[in-house]
Structures are given as C-alpha cells and as structure tokens.
Design a protein around this ligand. Structure first.
Ligand SMILES: CC(C)(COP(=O)(O)OP(=O)(O)OC[C@H]1O[C@@H](n2cnc3c(N)ncnc32)[C@H](O)[C@@H]1OP(=O)(O)O)[C@@H](O)C(=O)NCCC(=O)NCCS
Length: 146
C-alpha cells in the first residue's frame, strides 16, 4: 500500500495523540490550530507517522516526529522530516530548531547541528516544549534551510 504524506486535519487528532502517547512525546499543547502545521503519513486509513512545526516568524520548532513502531527503518522518518522542511520554508521559516532526547544521531544525519539550549532564540525558548515539556537534559539542534 502507498504511503501518502499530507497535512493533518482535526479528524486526525485522536490518532496523532495516540501515536505521540505511544512514544512518550508531549501533546498537551497540540491544539487543532497547531495541527494545521502537522504532517501525517498514512497507509490507507492507518496513521503511520507524524511530524509537526511551530512556525514563529523566521524560525520554527520541529516537533512531534514519530513513526509507528511497525513501520520504522524504512525511510519514513527521513521523508517526514524533509516534507516538514519544505512546509517550513513555505511558511517563511529560515532556521528550524528542535529538542530531542532520543534522536540526536537521526537528525545529525539530516544536517542538524547540536547547540547549547541557551543559544536557542527567544521565540523558541518561549515555546511550551522548550519551557515545560522537555527535560532540561534534552539536546537542542538547529538547521538553516536552503
Ligand atoms: C526517530 C524515528 C522517527 C525515525 O523514524 P524511521 O522511519 O525509523 O527512520 P528512517 O527509517 O527514516 O531512518 C533513517 C536513518 O536513521 C536511523 N535512525 C532511525 N532512528 C534513529 C535514532 N533514534 N537514532 C539514530 N539513528 C536513527 C536509521 O537507522 C536510518 O539510518 P540508515 O539510513 O543509515 O540506515 C523513529 O525511530 C521514532 O518514531 N522513534 C520514536 C519517537 C522519537 O524518538 N522521535 C524523535 C523525537 S524528537
């Protein structure tokens, strides 16, 4: 079955929440409005992956990347990340930041560089994910989009 990547809709909210919960990723601040900047990968009606953007002017927070456990290791994480980068560019985002405790090597392969958390710009430091949802030990990474 083909995997389609597209924009999330409010109808996807329960399945997105379940996927984030299954990986222990934060979702308390994921509203339907924010979901408009989430991309979902589907095989038929099944949600196989998700990734989100918080656009904050010319910077953005990449967040909520999960691929269903049954579909990992097939390149879907990379595809979702590349699609999110295109979406971010379309939104006028020049630099994408992210916080991770689990996927530093994954994002490193895709050109993201680790920086001290404190070097994240104020809009990123103001996000719920930065302030509350991720532990102070999480790694901050950044990529300048072409
Ligand atoms: C991280 C995650 C999204 C990767 O998705 P995926 O579809 O399995 O990744 P891909 O198949 O596109 O992997 C691409 C490459 O990254 C590697 N990779 C995958 N997950 C990795 C991880 N956590 N750390 C390091 N490398 C990883 C793969 O081995 C592969 O490398 P290769 O091309 O040299 O073989 C997936 O493992 C996941 O959902 N993990 C749980 C949630 C999570 O940790 N999300 C990140 C939150 S910031």
């Amino acid at each position: 079955m083909y995997t389609m990547i597209g924009t999330a809709s409010p109808a996807d909210h329960p399945a997105v929440a379940a996927l984030l919960d299954a990986s222990g990723l934060p979702r308390r601040d994921v509203t339907d409005a924010l979901l408009a900047h989430f991309l979902v990968a589907k095989g038929g009606d099944e949600l196989l992956g998700v990734i989100g953007l918080e656009p904050l002017g010319d910077v953005g927070l990449l967040r909520s990347l999960v691929v269903a456990a049954s579909h990992r290791g097939r390149g879907l994480g990379i595809e979702l990340t590349r699609a999110l980068e295109r979406h971010a560019r379309d939104q006028g985002v020049a630099q994408l930041f992210l916080l991770t405790t689990t996927a530093e090597r994954f994002f490193g392969k895709l050109g993201y560089e680790t920086i001290p958390r404190e070097d994240a710009p104020p809009p990123i430091q103001g996000t719920t994910e930065y302030r509350e949802l991720c532990s102070s030990t999480s790694i901050c990474m950044v990529k300048t989009l072409d």
